[in-house]
Design a protein around this ligand. Structure first.
Ligand SMILES: [Fe+2]
Length: 211
């Protein structure tokens, strides 16, 4: 996807994740916050060298930039990518890791419950806005946390799942109780089929991102 960028459709109905995440939260999170990142990105890249670049390429080209004009481009491009990835990381249908993914979880964490515990801890301890991630690196699965718009994808790291821990992701449903939001989302909504699809491209994340 290169510019002008569009707000990708949600992979489920706005109320499908309730009661864990309400349609009210989705209406603001997707309809206002995510949309604003898309609209702002389009304004920022118009007429620039980024206008015809793929979204992933823009994120990777700007994430270390000190250029005052490129920082907001990174922030908005990364937030568009992160939100697209977050919606697909969630599923109203209960899924479970199987096959290669289940083996990788056992090898890297010992169990799915340990993975969940570490992902919850990453989300809880991310100070301020950010993201908690399950990523694949050097043949292993790892947990990461990033601040604000930062994303492991910028460094060519293969992302498997993410959870948004910005306040706008949970405040309407859980107020300040980020741990309760994390507990519910990690227990009921993680899309392990999406994680398995992402694991399949473990060996070529950078090439895939640069296409
Ligand atoms: Fe968000």
């Amino acid at each position: 996807m290169s510019g002008p960028f569009t707000l990708a459709p949600l992979p489920w109905e706005a109320g499908a994740l309730a009661p864990v995440i309400s349609a009210h939260t989705i209406s603001f999170h997707y309809g206002k916050h995510h949309k604003a990142y898309v609209d702002t990105l389009n304004k920022l890249v118009e007429g620039s060298k980024f206008a015809d670049m793929k979204l992933e390429k823009i994120v990777q080209a700007t994430f270390k930039s000190d250029d005052k004009k490129e920082k907001p481009i990174f922030n908005n491009a990364a937030q568009v990518w992160n939100h697209d990835f977050y919606w697909r990381s969630l599923s109203p249908a209960q899924t479970e890791p199987s096959g290669k993914l289940a083996s990788a979880i056992a090898a890297s964490f010992g169990s799915k419950s340990e993975l969940i515990a570490q992902l919850a801890e990453a989300g809880k301890t991310q100070f301020g806005s950010g993201w908690a991630w399950l990523v694949g690196k050097d043949g292993k699965l790892e947990i990461r946390k990033t601040a604000n718009a930062q994303t492991p994808m910028a460094e060519g790291i293969n992302c498997l799942l993410t959870v948004d821990v910005w306040e706008h992701a949970y405040y309407l449903d859980y107020q300040n109780a980020r741990p309760k939001y994390l507990e519910a989302v990690l227990d009921k909504l993680l899309n392990w089929e999406f994680a398995a699809e992402n694991l399949e491209r473990q060996d070529q994340p950078v090439r895939a991102a640069a296409e």
